[in-house]
Write a protein that binds this ligand. Structure first.
Ligand SMILES: [Zn+2]
Length: 150
């Protein structure tokens, strides 16, 4: 675990070596919101999975300036509403870890009746790919993008 390499961990936490801060923006950005980017990948743990990445570098929620934290939560609500509408999920799961990239980001997982992990959290190691039918990802991504643009 990277926490045990204190020099590397410090560089990640300060932002100096943060892979998100080093690039112009994260990979696979679908939309840019008030305080965050929304990313989606076809190789996802579940259909409709998205990640909300803070545009301000911070390790933990309490490290964000209050205005940025409030804006991040507004973005989370907006994404949540859009993902629920686009995917028809039963509910959404939200996870904030940052164990490998200590830059605030929230994983959002739509949950479905009869999904592989019913009644418990998604286990990324037990996911069977592909989670999208052929061409489905492009349709879902476009619907999310359009809804967030509006
Ligand atoms: Zn960062």
């Amino acid at each position: 675990m990277m926490w045990n390499d204190s020099k590397r961990w410090s560089a990640l936490c300060s932002g100096d070596a943060c892979p998100i801060c080093l690039g112009p923006e994260p990979l696979d950005v679908v939309a840019t919101l008030e305080a965050s980017w929304v990313t989606m990948q076809e190789a996802a743990p579940v259909r409709g999975y998205a990640c909300l990445v803070s545009r301000t570098h911070a390790v933990d929620l309490h490290d964000l300036p209050e205005s940025a934290a409030q804006a991040f939560m507004r973005d989370a609500q907006r994404l949540s509403r859009v993902l629920a509408a686009v995917t028809g999920s039963v509910k959404l799961n939200y996870e904030i870890h940052g164990n490998t990239i200590p830059h605030v980001h929230m994983h959002v997982f739509p949950r479905y009746r009869g999904d592989r992990f019913e009644g418990r959290p998604i286990d990324p190691r037990a996911v069977v790919q592909p989670v999208y039918a052929a061409g489905e990802f492009e349709t879902v991504r476009a619907a999310v993008r359009d809804a967030l643009d509006g």
